[in-house]
Design a protein around this ligand. Structure first.
Ligand code: UD1
Length: 417
């Protein structure tokens, strides 16, 4: 199993090009199941999760060719409607094929994703929403069996809890349903908005994009087209935090600063200089006194849970006390024990982690437990004195494209062994 070896304690300095967003590319790929015409996507990141979605869709009969960051998808020959356990267990986002298959092909068999390291992560809202639109759904042998012999119809649906993939699944289903669907208390993360813009480009009628109420008028069919995936705000935020934690100077390109919003606000609070350009962000943390910050994760436009672990790593080397409250997932502090191995001073009380900055972390052997936890360990390892060895880096390959290459380009000493 691959490991990452880092020699820390050096400021990161230089330029990093941000990749396309994993969490936008995955639903957009799944949405291609809704159209029988060719679709060309650009700015698609090369990641393990994208490969898994590709494999899943090829198994259903899709034709998907990849060259560099372009993906050419043709779903005119879909003949299997099954998402098998072997793939779903490696990537929960496989559930995103459920809505498209049921609305377009009137049937779907999708393995239940089950729990994952960061929490229970149920899919009841996906199921209830599709049932409201006329799907019959049974659970047998660990699989969701969904049928809609006469297709889906529009419905009014209120999300009890804001769900990103839940909103995406129901939005995709509603696009080809008969009549109008209204989704209330819907998620509107930039990646959800990107999916909606993509669908409208193919002829869908979605309004309310960028708000918590989506109104979707069903159409007969979608056409083909081209679309560029939005840049990855979590990847971008991770590299900015790494720049701050190492008191370096980083320029990110291929990123619109406005999608980083509260990540940049928090970095201002940390005490680093941020300069925004149209498609770039500059961070200067040289000789700055970093201050620990309080964070409370919340659905968009709140602070993203996917950046919580990285800011925790930053707090461990900042001055003062930062209080981090996780409100989205019940078990998303697994990086704490590993950060403590590097000398971090963190106490957990329920859903809150109290981080008291220390003058210096020391390198150690640690274990990655999930995708964003891995990113926090890389940041801490880059800031720590001496060698850090991170095990189970396959987690990080799910969401960060060529991470060691990008970090080496800004002066990090990091290698995969
Ligand atoms: C997505 C993101 C993930 C991010 C998360 C929260 C993708 C592929 N993944 O995951 O990176 O961390 O949003 O921003 O986009 N819930 C229910 N019932 C449901 C669905 C969700 O109770 O049917 C709960 C979950 O347990 C969780 C909360 O809702 O507590 C939010 O989860 P959700 O937004 O659905 O996360 P994902 O879409 O799985």
């Amino acid at each position: 199993m691959d490991k990452l070896r880092i020699q820390g304690g050096r400021p990161l300095v230089g330029e990093i090009k941000v990749s396309g967003a994993k969490n936008a590319a995955l639903p957009i790929m799944a949405a291609c199941l809704l159209s029988e015409k060719p679709i060309h996507l650009s700015n698609v990141p090369t990641l393990a999760d994208i490969h898994t979605m590709r494999k899943l869709m090829i198994g259903m009969g899709a034709d998907i060719a990849v060259d560099a960051d372009h993906m050419h998808i043709n779903c005119s020959n879909i003949n299997q409607f099954v998402a098998p356990y072997e793939l779903v267990k490696t990537m929960r986002a496989s559930i995103l094929v459920l809505g498209p298959l049921v609305t377009k092909y009137h049937e779907a068999v999708v393995s239940l994703p089950g729990g994952c390291a960061i929490g229970a992560r149920p899919v009841n809202l996906h199921v209830e929403g599709l049932q409201a639109m006329g799907a019959e759904i049974n659970i047998e042998g660990g699989y969701l069996h969904a049928k809609a012999p006469n297709g889906l119809h529009g419905a009014q649906f209120l999300f009890d809890t804001v769900s990103v993939t839940g909103t995406e699944n129901l939005m995709m289903a509603a696009v080809l349903a008969k009549g109008q669907t209204v989704l209330r208390n819907a998620a509107y993360e930039p990646e959800v908005q990107d999916l909606a813009h993509f669908l409208n480009k193919l002829g869908a009628k979605i309004s309310g994009i960028g708000s918590d109420t989506l109104v979707i008028d069903g159409v007969e069919a979608l056409h083909g087209g081209e679309y560029a995936i939005v840049p990855d705000r979590i990847e971008a935020g991770t590299y900015l935090v790494a720049g701050a934690a190492t008191q370096g100077e980083i320029t990110l390109t291929n990123i619109q600063p406005e999608i980083l919003e509260n990540i940049l606000l928090k970095l201002h609070e940390v005490g680093v200089d941020i300069r925004e350009e149209k498609n770039a962000v500059h961070l200067n943390a040289r000789n700055k006194n970093l201050k620990a910050v309080n964070i409370r994760t919340a659905p968009y436009p709140g602070f993203p849970t996917d950046m919580q672990a990285q800011f925790m790593a930053l707090n461990t080397v900042a001055e003062g006390t930062g209080i981090i409250t996780e409100t989205i997932f019940e078990n998303r502090f697994m990086h704490v024990l590993e950060l403590q191995r590097l000398g971090a001073n963190i106490q957990i009380e329920g859903h809150t982690a109290i981080c008291i900055g220390v003058p210096q972390l020391q390198g150690a052997q640690v274990m990655a437990t999930d995708l964003r936890a891995s990113a926090s360990l890389v940041i801490a390892g880059l800031a720590a004195q001496g060698e850090t060895l991170i095990e189970r880096v396959y987690h990080i390959d799910r969401g960060y494209e060529r991470i060691e290459e990008k970090l080496r380009a800004v002066g990090a000493i990091i290698e995969r062994i």
